[in-house]
Ligand binder design. Structure first.
Ligand code: GLN
Length: 276
């Protein structure tokens, strides 16, 4: 088959399967399986694919048709301009979460210690450490398999971080200057209404935030003051409708509380400073 025939097959199959970004995904998978860039494709669309390329492409298209997320098939997702390894054990890093990192970065100086709770792929902690030399940090997660992915990313990005298995702060020692988290925050009952890619394939434990979605915010906000140095700050990603409730939880121990909106205009990040 030629690359053009393969691409047409991919697009058609994904479209029929109801994959929303069928066009783009057929492309990405062709790049991945065929090792061909867009420009090389357009120069020689009639070039023949090898049998192996064709076989691999068909297999990937079949898998994507069952709504397995694209990133679990290619094994990677870009975050803060860096490439992160992902698999079914971690949430796929989201663009919304870049806002959390972008908000925290100007408040982080060399010499500081950072704690990232529910680190998943490690995308939050590792991108900060990569972009801010001289900063050290710890990432925790309840899932040992997620931590395995975070450690692969740490090696890939060549930064020094410590990862430990911990139920939030349970195994955390010492004090930190900045605590960040994108905890699971979807109300349990809402998880089943999400798109198939998320609902059926991303780890439930990375999504389910208890009955009202606020379970982990309560625990994190309650315990954070004990793990922050004076003038420490807490940064949290929230669901689009949760910033007010999370802000109310923060008021007791934090001041200078601010909310940052995402690109769709929804509240997405909330942060504050530990009260003196
Ligand atoms: N911190 C990780 C991320 O932002 C994982 C978040 C989670 O599992 N809820 O992608």
């Amino acid at each position: 088959m030629t690359f053009k025939e393969l691409l047409d097959y991919g697009k058609e199959t994904l479209k029929k399967a109801g994959i929303s970004e069928w066009d783009l995904d057929a492309w990405y998978l062709l790049e991945y399986a065929g090792g061909c860039t867009r420009s090389s494709y357009f120069l020689h669309p009639e070039r023949r694919a090898t049998e192996l390329q064709e076989e691999q492409y068909r297999e990937l298209i079949q898998k994507r048709s069952t709504h397995i997320p694209l990133q679990y098939l290619t094994g990677s997702q870009e975050f803060m301009g860096l490439s992160f390894c992902v698999n079914e054990h971690v949430l796929i890093p989201r663009q919304d979460t870049e806002i959390l990192v972008e908000t925290a970065l100007p408040c982080i100086q060399p010499g500081m210690r950072i704690l990232d709770l529910c680190t998943g792929s490690g995308c939050i902690l590792l991108s900060i450490l990569k972009l801010k030399p001289g900063v050290t940090g710890t990432g925790t997660d309840l899932s040992e398999k997620a931590l395995g992915v975070a450690r692969i990313n740490q090696e890939r990005l060549n930064v020094q971080a410590r990862f430990c298995r911990s139920d939030l702060f349970a195994q955390v020692e010492g004090k930190y200057d900045r605590i960040l988290s994108n905890p699971p925050y979807i109300p349990d009952a809402v998880v089943d209404t999400l798109m198939e890619e998320v609902r059926d394939y991303e780890p439930r434990m990375a999504l389910c935030g208890g009955e009202d979605g606020l379970r982990y915010y309560r625990e994190i906000i309650e315990a954070s003051p004990g793990f922050l140095r004076p003038a420490g700050m807490l940064f949290l990603e929230t669901g689009y409708d949760q910033a007010e409730a999370v802000g109310a939880l923060m008021e007791r121990s934090f001041d200078k509380i601010s909310v940052v909106k995402d690109l769709s205009g929804h509240d997405r990040v909330i942060y504050g400073s530990l009260k003196p």
